[in-house]
Design a protein around this ligand. Structure first.
Ligand code: HEM
Length: 460
């Protein structure tokens, strides 16, 4: 039997800041380097807290098996939930409480909410893209954020919300930075700009709930809020209004920055290599050749799908999650006490050559047969995390990313400025590209006729 020891190796950082700065500017690469030095368990300081880091495929498999009975998310997300009206927020629940809530909320995150509205989603993308002219786009992240807010708003709450993009962005990122990553001062929660943005976000969600009525919709596709209103607790009761309202924010708070940042990064990875871009443009053109896109046609865009998986491997926007142990745990020969904050670095295997040869190279084919490197063993590819809190919106994210990337590639030839060779990400807590710029070289196709003619079938 291997000896179990309590002494966990310490990754030494700056005497005051610990590893805060490296984590903010290079989270994943820092954790990969520390994993190589210290192995799958080590401790470090950041944000005035001491974390034990669990990293590598072994850690992912351990967390997937044991999180429910040994870890909690409460200390990390309860405050966030409270600011949205209920500390019984899905991410803040653990164990049985979480299992029950997740079962209740799961139908609302069905991929069908998106695939039923593919044409409307293209029409909404066109609202932003229709304003593009050939030339440099200095803030592509802002462009894609607007597209994604419109789409999430329509597909999940029947309300395109593009005009509220700045309020949503400010409210969500302030809440995440103050209450979850704790990188911003608490005083920001009293700033008039934040209070106004949060009030507008809550108003958007409340209005959407009020507009939904009690029965199933007859004049539009069913959505996330319909499912929340129809949901019943194990006792057969409707959801408590505060829990319902906090949960209705879910697609925005969990889906907006993650999808927008991944899509912006993807435009960089897909456009950078001319041969790849040409092959992807051909797949994108095929998707829009015979009328509005369908879920079946999207499944045929296999290279684009692989390129997006490769983007999420190299640039995962949420490569760690935080937890606290609820009881002592033993992992890889170390005993970790109850009450210890953990950083589960679930994307560290993405950058290990033993699983993904030449890990820094962008190679979509590694996700296609015969290579399929991500399938070689469990726990090595986890852009959406592992364990009971694995992303509930992963299917929705996959569809949005593929549809939007394909639509943009179909409409425009995009290029990366020659002096932009390395993408810099800032993690706070979702990774955002800091130096991304793109060039619209030319319009490849006008809006397809079914998009030009349409208006999104939204609204009451
Ligand atoms: C590229 C896009 C996305 C990435 C990388 C991503 C990643 C993640 C990760 C890592 C978690 C675990 C968080 C934790 O345990 O602390 C998570 C949870 C979650 N995500 Fe996503 N996400 C994405 C898009 C979305 C979208 C579009 C939605 C909804 C429309 C969504 C809804 C959720 C929900 C509801 C949870 C909480 C699940 C639970 O607590 O049981 N996500 N996501």
């Amino acid at each position: 039997m291997p000896k179990v020891v309590s002494q966990i190796p310490e990754a030494k950082g700056h005497w005051i800041l610990g590893h805060a700065r490296e984590l903010r500017d290079g989270l994943l690469d820092t954790l990969v380097a520390l994993y190589r030095t210290h192995g799958p368990v080590f401790q470090m300081r950041a944000m005035r807290r001491r974390f034990v880091v669990l990293a590598g495929a072994e850690a992912n498999n351990f967390v997937a098996r044991h999180e429910a009975e040994t870890m909690t998310t409460r200390h990390h997300y309860e405050w966030f939930g409270r600011e949205l009206g209920s500390e019984r927020f899905l991410l803040a629940l653990s164990g049985d409480d979480h299992r029950v809530a997740r079962r209740i909320l799961r139908p609302g995150y069905s991929k069908a909410h998106i695939t039923r509205r593919l044409l409307s989603l293209c029409i909404l993308a066109e609202r932003t893209l229709g304003r593009f002219e050939p030339g440099p786009r200095r803030h592509p992240l802002d462009d894609v954020r607007r597209i994604v807010v419109d789409q999430i708003g329509l597909a999940l709450g029947n309300r395109p919300a593009g005009e509220m993009v700045h309020d949503l962005e400010r409210a969500i990122s302030t809440l995440l930075r103050v209450t979850v990553s704790r990188s911003a001062p608490r005083a920001l929660l009293w700033s008039p700009r934040f209070l106004l943005a949060r009030a507008r976000m809550r108003n958007l969600v409340r209005t959407a709930i009020a507009e939904h009525g009690s029965g199933p919709p007859t004049d539009r596709p069913r959505d996330h809020i319909d499912d929340l209103l129809a949901a019943r607790t194990p006792d057969g009761e409707p959801l408590d209004p505060a829990f319902l309202e906090a949960s209705a924010h879910g697609p925005f708070v969990a889906g907006l920055d993650t999808v927008a940042s991944t899509l912006a990064i993807a435009l960089f990875t897909l456009a950078r290599d001319r041969a790849l871009r040409t092959a992807l443009e051909a797949e994108a053109d095929a998707l829009f050749a015979d009328g509005p896109p369908t879920a079946a046609a999207m499944r045929k865009a296999r290279l684009l799908h692989a390129a997006l998986m490769e983007t999420l491997r190299l640039y995962p926007v949420t490569p760690v999650v935080v937890r606290t142990t609820t009881c002592p745990i033993e992992f890889e020969g170390h005993r970790i006490p109850a009450g210890q904050d953990l950083l589960v670095a679930h994307c560290v295997p993405h950058k290990l050559a033993e699983y993904f040869p030449d890990p820094e190279a962008f190679v979509p084919e590694r996700f296609l047969p015969p290579r399929e490197e991500h399938r070689a063993q469990p726990g090595i590819y986890a852009p959406f995390a592992v364990g009971p809190h694995t992303c509930l919106g992963a299917g929705i994210a996959d569809v949005l990313l593929l549809l939007d990337a394909a639509y943009i590639l179909h409409r425009f030839e995009i290029a990366v400025p020659p002096n932009l060779t390395k993408l810099e990400l800032r993690y706070d807590p979702v990774a955002m590209p800091r130096n991304l710029r793109l060039e619209i070289v030319r319009e490849r196709h006008p809006p397809p006729p079914f998009v030009a003619a349409g208006a999104p079938e939204a609204t009451a």
